[in-house]
Design a protein around this ligand. Structure first.
Ligand SMILES: *Cc1c(COP(=O)(O)O)cnc(C)c1O
Length: 407
């Protein structure tokens, strides 16, 4: 939330901008709620809402029916509270703790604390005891991801300690939860194994007297493809931003989603060059014939992956051009093949695709990564420009239709 946000006319000329379509985000949230009609929805807004801007996206998700927000770090969660999202507006769960907290601030802000091990439970309950308050905690089970969370062998000890903390009045277990390893690979055998392990670990905790408000396991791919994983709450990140968790699951349109971010830049220079001219650092591209080059004023400092050098696509006019030669820190070059657009013409790196522009998935393939990383890494130097902020008109138009703008 430290990034610049701009409420200027979206078409105002600027070096580059990331346009964030909040109507698309709200429509995605509604579509996901329809996929999981019996579960509450947690909008995962960690890492500045995957680069889209945590606060505007959190607010838009709540307007569309999300009731929980999720962040990785407690600092991210505290920023939401500091910005005015109250406990009445949303429960907020954060799960990436390191020794030292900030436990006291988190308990005072009425956050739900994801707890994956004994050291964290001890620190959380110590802080609650010192404050004379009850910490809301959610025990995280490692049902097979092999990353955070409590192993099945250690679960009885964690559950017993949490139950004791409840009896002492320093903690209330509000949730039991876990995270999938391979939900983006339909039919992967680990999905069923994790579901079974989760049911067993929940049943054990409940037998020991815990009575959580919410049990939750599903991320975006599981929300879309594994209905039996929905339980009481689904935690959706990438799908809310309109991107497919994996090309294997289908395109955003096939999943009923619409990409929220459009990254565009103003062409900064157009010039004639002769045949045989090297382009950008290292001269990895050499013009075959006399041509025109266009300068696109964004680079890896802005999150445009250097590993997409030679491949990353951009729509200029009505044609896709490719980053030619190395993508540099602040800029890269496209070969315009003799065309001479005016400097200032729009170059679209990615967007929903309606205007023929590439998508974040196209950049992910060009950079050998996933669409999550493409949007999340778009840098602070690029202003986010919010469009379609007012939810009042959402139902007037088909959300999958023309990207009408009202702000
Ligand atoms: C990031 C994250 C999510 C959201 O994952 P998506 O695949 O983006 O939906 C859900 N739960 C946890 C614990 C996460 O870290």
């Amino acid at each position: 939330m430290t990034q610049s946000t701009t409420r200027a006319e979206p078409r105002a000329p600027m070096r580059a901008r990331a346009e964030i379509d909040l109507r698309a985000l709200r429509a995605n949230v509604r579509a996901l709620r329809e996929r999981a009609p019996h579960a509450a929805l947690m909008a995962v807004v960690k890492s500045d809402a995957y680069g889209h801007g945590a606060l505007p996206c959190a607010r838009a998700a709540l307007e569309a029916g999300a009731t929980w927000l999720g962040t990785a770090t407690p600092q991210e969660a505290l920023e939401l509270r500091a910005a005015g999202i109250t406990p009445a507006d949303a429960r907020v769960l954060c799960w990436l703790w390191t020794p030292g907290g900030p436990w006291r601030e988190a308990i005072e802000a009425d956050l739900d604390l994801g707890i994956g091990g004994m050291w964290a439970l001890r620190e959380a309950t110590d802080a609650a005891r010192a404050l004379g308050r009850t910490a809301k905690i959610q025990l995280k089970a490692d049902t097979g991801l092999g990353r955070g969370g409590c192993q099945p062998a250690d679960w009885p000890e964690l559950v017993a300690a949490a139950r004791a903390a409840e009896k002492e009045g320093v903690a209330q277990v509000t949730g039991l939860w876990s995270h999938f390893a391979c939900a983006d690979e339909p039919g992967h055998p680990s999905i069923g194994l994790q579901l079974t392990a989760f049911r067993e670990m929940v049943a054990y905790a409940e037998e020991q007297g815990l009575d959580p408000e919410v049990r939750h396991l599903a991320n975006s791919p599981a929300t879309l493809t594994v209905p039996e994983s929905h339980f009481d709450l689904v935690r959706t990140g990438i799908a809310m931003y309109g991107l497919s968790p994996s090309p294997e699951l289908g395109t955003p349109a096939e999943l009923g989603l619409r990409p929220v971010m459009t990254l565009a830049a103003s062409v900064a220079l157009v010039k004639d060059v002769p045949a045989g001219h090297g382009v950008s650092y290292g001269h990895h591209y050499v013009t075959e014939r006399a041509t025109t080059l266009g300068l696109i004023p964004v680079g890896y400092a802005d999150g445009v992956p250097r590993s997409a050098s030679g491949r990353g696509p951009v729509l200029v006019g009505d044609r896709w051009r490719r980053a030619r030669g190395r993508i540099a820190m602040d800029q890269f070059v496209v070969d315009l093949g003799g065309e001479t657009p005016e400097p200032g013409e729009e170059a679209i790196l990615f967007g929903p695709g309606d205007r023929g522009e590439p998508t974040a998935e196209d950049w992910a393939q060009a950079a050998d990564t996933i669409a999550y990383e493409i949007v999340t890494r778009i840098g602070r130097r690029i202003p986010r420009v919010y469009v379609n902020e007012d939810p009042a008109h959402d139902l007037d138009r088909d959300p999958a239709g023309e990207p009408a703008r009202d702000s």
